[in-house]
Write a protein that binds this ligand. Sequence first.
Ligand code: GLU
Length: 265
Amino acid sequence: MTDPITSRAQVPSARRVVVKVGSSSVSGVNAGQIATLVDALAAAHARGTEVILVSSGAIATGMPYLRLDDRPSDLATQQAAAAVGQNVLIYRYQESLDRYGIVAGQVLLTAGDLENPTHRSNAQRAMERLLALRILPIVNENDTVATHEIRFGDNDRLAALVSQLIAADLLLLLSDVDALYTRPPQDAGAVKIENVAFEDQLGQIEFGGIGSTGVGTGGARTKVSAAKLAAASGTPVLLTSTDRVADALAGEHLGTWFAAGTISA
Ligand code: GLU
């Protein structure tokens, strides 16, 4: 048992880290960013850290294969796009991970897999085994069978629930913004929030719309609520932009740090 991680400087010694990346960072014109992300994950993996990637992007990656310019609004087409895109996405990750001799394991979850106690312990056991085998689990919602009623909501929340499931030492939430601001960062007077204490209700924040490219579902609001969820179960959260992932894992002072409320066993 290692000591809990309580600051950015301690990140390099984290034993188990969940990294969450959004659709717009790994699909479309940003598909090339997968290599940069993998470089950073491989560096952490090489020093013995157990790395779990929660990656969105199934639907966005599938869109061009279905000749869609915009994210589909109907469920059946979303499911079809995800079926095609998840496959391509994992292939791209594995191809990139091959440069480091790292093997990925695809883990697709539905909300019921983490709610029902039997399914939950099953998912937990599979994840623990993958990590013990030094495999890098790549998690996403099983979008091909998910329906609006039974969704996790968004992958920020899924990443928080996965962090809870495997008692992660850190959740690194990646976004297209470098940190949390008091209002949308392009607005005048937006101030960066460096640290969020566990009890802080963040009442001073004015939330804007969703992410910039329109292919994902998250935004500052979903990031904050996911960070609060993870922090409440003992996992501190660092929120920063995808292009800072290597610096974040190297312990640099960046982004927004959400202190954990309880210490996981
Ligand atoms: N699971 C969805 C996908 O891979 C994305 C959900 C989200 O962006 O939060 O396309």
